[in-house]
Design a protein. Structure first.
Lengths: 376, 275
């Protein structure tokens, strides 16, 4: 079992910090996805782990061994870079076999392992070709095969599916998860795509401005986000973020008021002070286009945009100068039309309250008697 | 109409080309003429060809040695230059030492220096070191003169090889040696050929330094031409034309075979053309 631990990692480029005192422990035998906007430090962190960059300060420990000062070749980490970097002068077979050749493996072993990787990624017909004869998706699969062929327990994948078409990405996501289970290895996977993160991850690490803002199993992170950035970045379509104010234990928002429960899940979080400005996060699926039921807040809004995704629809609602996003399964009720006025409802218990200064979660909503909906 | 224009245009181009080629043609034809035919006025286009001039040339004392000198010194100097330049260009491209741009400029300015400007100090230095008329010393000098050009050409090519290739090698446990020769080198082969051919032609054509810091032992073909052109109180046209023809052949063949690489050389690697 090989786990990876970063502690106090700092890295800057010409005075611009890329990683800021980052500490993170990655669970062994897991698929951990680093998720964050571009420039959040995901790639830098992975490059430090692989050894392609030097740390300014801090320590990287792999399986109990300090590898901070080891050269990249001494770290025994498989690496699938963002760009394919397939050697143009070698055939696909030789490209895939490359890490094993460098490790001095025997030809028969190489052939056997290449054969297996090639079958998993269905690229057997490409082995004799040169990289410039391949399509983007084929190149990426070859790069993945090469990265995963190394005799290692940790594999680093730096946004390997970026720029591929959706169908291919879906397939490769499946393949990667299968391969990880077969290898029983630890995967670190960086992406800026929320959907990819949710599909792939067992654990998610949300990064922002060179720091880890949250690290949790994927379902807990999705349903109980502890940080505003987690709510913002992880999930598709993006969450609704509304301005709010605390007034005697009640959270007042443009779409209604509800009581605030201080958090039991965040022990060091303090309940929002009276009069404090807060940000209220609401997942799109928490907003339903139904008249109010018991224990729910409701209101009227006009439909400003409908995005049809086939199986579901993303509906943008305008209410009180705010845009609310909601996600509907097609086939449940009528399809709303542009400009139509609809009733919506949400359960205040689904609302998460964040402190705008620290971006930390400070509580969540709960229904408070028979509050009247307040419209601006 | 446009067809006629194009035909006229092509005819004009051919005319100009032939005009420029005519002295070379005269020279080459002369090498197959007897002594009396060479100086005939008007020039004879119909004559009985003879190989006497060639037989005489190759029987001439020292000529084979001079031809060999030209070959060996150009090939050896350029091999040394390309190896050194490749490693230097790799360092400039990958490690970007402080002042890389200035160093590259300095290198180029060394190359731009006219030979006559440095011939005197170089001569004094070679005499002081006892290097005059030495194959190795002359080869080193030519290598030195070929390095700046090669570094420029090769740096352009190595810059074009993504760093990700190096990284892939390093992550998989490759040494720098492996990265330089097994990962980067195969990808800059056109640059190596361009640098090789271009400098080869330069050294092949070199006269001044061979004449001054070389000597009897190391004389090359241009020196042989200069020193042997006058005989019996006049220009020995048979010798000049025959030697020039022999001397022209290798570069003509090289240019024909490697013409696409020449553009790269002439533009210091900034224009890749089809290579």
């Amino acid at each position: 079992m090989t786990s990876v631990a970063f502690s106090g990692l700092t890295k800057s480029y010409r005075g611009t910090p890329a990683l800021d005192d980052l500490t993170l422990t990655v669970r062994a035998d897991s698929l951990t996805v680093l998720c964050g906007p571009p420039q959040s430090g995901k790639s830098v962190l992975l490059r430090l782990l692989v050894g392609l960059e030097k740390t300014d300060s801090g320590q990287i420990v792999v399986d109990g061994q300090d590898v901070t000062k080891l050269p990249p070749g001494g770290r025994r980490i498989g690496y699938v870079p963002q760009s394919f970097a397939l050697y143009p002068h070698l055939t696909v077979y030789e490209n895939i076999a490359y890490p094993m050749r460098l490790q001095g493996a025997r030809n028969a072993d190489i052939a056997a392992k290449v054969e297996r990787a090639v079958q998993l990624l269905s690229i057997g017909h490409l082995l004799k070709k040169r990289p410039d004869q391949l399509s983007g998706g084929e190149k990426q699969r070859v790069a993945i095969a090469r990265g995963l062929l190394k005799d290692a327990q940790i594999f680093v994948l730096d946004d390997p599916l970026v720029g591929l078409d959706y169908k291919l990405r879906e397939r490769l996501m499946d393949d990667l998860r299968t391969m990880r289970r077969e290898l029983g290895a630890t995967f670190l996977y960086a992406t800026s795509d929320a959907l990819e993160a949710l599909t792939m991850a067992e654990d998610i690490v949300v990064m922002d401005r060179g720091r880890v803002v949250e690290h949790a199993p994927v379902d807990r992170l999705y349903h109980e986000p502890q940080h505003l950035r987690s709510m913002e970045l992880v999930g598709f379509p993006g969450s609704n973020l509304l301005p709010g104010r605390i007034d005697a234990g009640i959270c007042v928002t443009p779409i209604g008021r509800f009581a605030v429960t201080p958090e039991a899940t965040a022990p060091d979080a303090t309940a929002p002070a009276n009069g404090a400005e807060v940000i209220v996060g609401l997942r799109p699926e928490a907003v339903e286009l139904q008249p109010a039921g018991t224990g729910q807040l409701s209101g009227q809004a006009s439909v400003s945009l409908v995005e049809d995704l086939g199986g579901e629809q993303v509906v943008y609602l305008e209410t009180g100068g705010l845009t609310l996003v909601t996600c509907l399964s097609v086939g449940r009720g009528e399809t709303p039309a542009y400009g139509q006025t609809v009733a919506y409802r949400f359960d205040p218990a689904a609302a998460v309250i964040f402190d705008p200064a620290s971006s930390r979660r400070v509580g969540c909503g709960c229904f408070e008697g028979q509050e009247k909906i307040r419209h601006a | 109409m446009s067809n006629l224009r194009q035909t006229l245009y092509h005819a004009l181009l051919w005319l100009i080309s032939l005009l420029f080629f005519s002295p070379v043609a005269w020279l080459m034809l002369s090498s197959f003429k007897g002594r009396n035919d060479i100086l005939a006025v008007p020039a004879k286009l119909v004559f009985t060809p003879t190989l006497d001039n060639y037989v005489q040339l190759f029987e001439r004392n020292g000529f084979l040695q001079q031809l060999l000198n030209s070959f060996i010194m150009s090939v050896a100097a350029v091999i040394v230059a390309v190896v050194v330049s490749f490693l230097a260009a790799f360092c400039f491209s990958r490690f970007k030492p402080k002042g890389t741009d200035f160093l590259m400029f300095l290198l180029l300015s060394v190359r731009m220096l006219p030979g006559t400007a440095v011939i005197l100090p170089v001569y004094l230095m070679y005499v002081a070191f006892g290097w005059k008329d030495s194959h190795a010393a002359l080869t080193l000098f030519y290598a030195m003169f070929s390095i700046p050009f090669s570094v420029w050409i090769l740096k352009g090519f190595i810059d074009g090889v993504s760093l990700r290739f190096d990284e892939t090698g390093l992550v998989n446990g490759a040494s720098w040696w492996h990265v330089i020769f097994r990962v980067v080198l195969p990808q800059v082969r056109p640059g190596l050929i361009a640098a090789f051919i271009f400098n080869m032609i330069f050294v092949w054509n070199e006269f001044l330094f061979d004449y001054i810091i070389g000597g009897r032992k190391t004389a090359n073909v241009p020196v042989a031409l200069a020193t042997g052109a006058y005989a019996d109180g006049g220009v020995d046209w048979a010798f000049v034309s025959t030697l020039s023809t022999v001397y022209l052949l290798p570069p003509i063949i090289a240019i024909y075979v490697f013409q696409r690489y020449l553009l790269v050389g002439m533009t210091f690697g900034t224009v890749r053309g089809e290579v």
